[in-house]
Design a protein around this ligand. Structure first.
Ligand code: FES
Length: 63
């Protein structure tokens, strides 16, 4: 029996399939605003529902 992985990727942007891990990796690389993350991943360029979550991750990084 396989346990669900704790590392299972949490998808933040369902439109582009971008995971939280991916966004955090980009933030760590210096992608410090929504536009940069959007152009790198396509996140927030669809329905826009994930904007707030990405902004939140950026805020956490800044604090
Ligand atoms: S969920 Fe990210 S643009 Fe729709």
């Amino acid at each position: 029996m396989t346990k669900p992985s704790l590392d299972q990727e949490k998808i933040i942007c369902t439109c582009s399939g971008t995971s939280e891990t991916k966004i955090n990796q980009l933030i760590a690389k210096g992608f410090d605003d929504l536009d940069k993350i959007a152009s790198a991943t396509g996140a927030s360029t669809g329905c826009g529902a994930c904007d707030i979550i990405i902004l939140d991750l950026l805020k956490k990084d800044a604090s």
